[in-house]
Write a protein that binds this ligand. Structure first.
Ligand SMILES: Cc1cc2nc3c(=O)[nH]c(=O)nc-3n(C[C@H](O)[C@H](O)[C@H](O)COP(=O)(O)OP(=O)(O)OC[C@H]3O[C@@H](n4cnc5c(N)ncnc54)[C@H](O)[C@@H]3O)c2cc1C
Length: 366
């Protein structure tokens, strides 16, 4: 396999999801940046919403107009059945930032990577990171691209590998789980155009349900519970999952016009627990996005935080490389404040649901 002399960069980023790509596109005009991602294809993520406040962030990064041109589906609000039998309707009309969006993650992630490339970042994808060696002035990395081995010397290393924090754990950091939340989901074809762009959340005895529009007239139906509760294996079978959903009154009518076609290749469960990385920065490295702080999906904040932490980390790294020793500790302090605010709000939202406090799922969250 071909191998050439090490490529010298300022920053090497592991992971080209929203956090890694956003960091790269903000730093590429100022520093030499390389991004390494192991995936060949798009992320399989459906029905994810982007908070309205992202508009200001995208504007600050010079991305707003091209974001709008992609025509992601506006999310005008939805209905929540939480804390009592009466539905609560929310709409984007009162939000000064306007509506949020149901984003097409494949399109969104590709677009961020394209902007990063256009601004000068090198993106190696698919590429497997094989070795990470600490040197006196930085790091020596070895990555396998399909047809060659690449060596990279970087002054700063960034973990943007998502909730597994693969790189930071290799460097000795620990990932703490807030709980055992998992998500079981199915995609269906939604035949009712009138409710596209509307989200739906409903609490039940052993967890909560989520449903939202996804690109291509599809609708995701997702159930969140703890992996060690009986409800988790009980919904592993697709037919049992749908029976359970239809037994929940507010969901039954929503699902009348949705056709679920089994997809044997689709994973049935994914991890959905909140996570914290400790520490989130170290000598010559830091983490961004889910690798640094993973959110419970109830918060719908993960993509926003990936973008925000990517931008914040870009500015902090640039300052650190110019000699500001307080820049990266400052990044960590802001991350800790975000984590504290997120946890307080999440607890308050879970505490609003009091109908099943004797159930383990809800008892654990009080
Ligand atoms: C069930 C569920 C529902 C969600 N719903 C929402 C929602 O509605 N709204 C919202 O804002 N957020 C939501 N999220 C969160 C959102 O998906 C994440 O916060 C977001 O994807 C984080 O972006 P990231 O770039 O940090 O990580 P990721 O998107 O996970 O990207 C990580 C990248 O790193 C690469 N990678 C991983 N390991 C390695 C390695 N060892 N070497 C090289 N590359 C590697 C991966 O291929 C990937 O490209 C949800 C999450 C879950 C689990």
């Amino acid at each position: 396999m071909a191998q050439s002399a090490p490529t010298e960069v300022d920053v090497a980023i592991v992971g080209a999801g929203p956090a890694g790509a956003c960091l790269a596109l903000n730093l590429a005009a100022l520093r030499r940046v390389v991004v390494i991602d192991r995936a060949a294809g798009p992320a399989r993520r459906f029905g994810e919403s982007l908070a309205p406040a992202a508009r200001r962030l995208l504007d600050d990064m010079g991305l707003w107009r091209t974001f709008v041109a992609q025509e992601h589906m506006p999310c005008h609000g939805g209905t929540t059945h939480w804390g009592g039998p009466r539905p609560i309707d929310a709409d984007g009309l009162r939000d000064p930032d306007g509506p949020g969006w149901q984003i097409d993650r494949a399109l969104f992630d590709d677009w961020l990577r394209d902007v990063a490339r256009a601004r000068g970042a090198a993106i190696l994808r698919p590429a497997r990171l094989e070795r990470v060696v600490r040197e006196s002035a930085g790091w020596l990395l070895q990555a396998h691209h399909p047809d060659r081995v690449i060596e990279i010397r970087a002054r700063i290393l960034v973990d943007a590998s998502g909730r597994n924090a693969a790189l930071a754990r290799q460097l000795g950091a620990r990932r703490l789980h807030d709980d055992r939340l998992v998500c079981r989901w199915l995609l269906g074809k939604d035949n009712l155009a009138a409710r596209r762009g509307l989200r739906f959340v409903a609490a039940e005895a052993e967890g909560w349900w989520y449903s939202a529009s996804s690109p291509g007239d599809r609708r995701i139906l997702a159930f969140h519970t703890d992996s060690d509760l009986d409800a988790a294996p009980a919904v592993a079978d697709a037919a049992a999952f749908l029976r359970r959903a239809r037994s929940i009154a507010p969901l039954a009518s929503l699902l009348e016009d949705v056709e679920f076609v089994p997809d044997p290749g689709a994973p049935s469960f994914c991890a959905a627990h909140g996570t914290t990385l400790t520490p989130s920065i170290g000598e010559g490295w830091l983490a961004v996005g889910d690798a640094a702080l993973g959110f419970d999906p109830l918060a719908s904040q993960g993509v926003f935080q990936a973008l925000y932490s990517g931008l914040d980390a870009a500015m902090s790294i640039d300052a650190a490389l110019s000699g500001d020793a307080r820049a990266i500790p400052g990044y960590r302090a802001r991350l800790e404040r975000i984590a504290a605010t997120y946890r307080a709000r999440l607890s308050a939202v879970y505490a609003q649901e009091t109908r099943w406090t004797n159930q383990t799922f809800w008892g654990r969250r009080r």
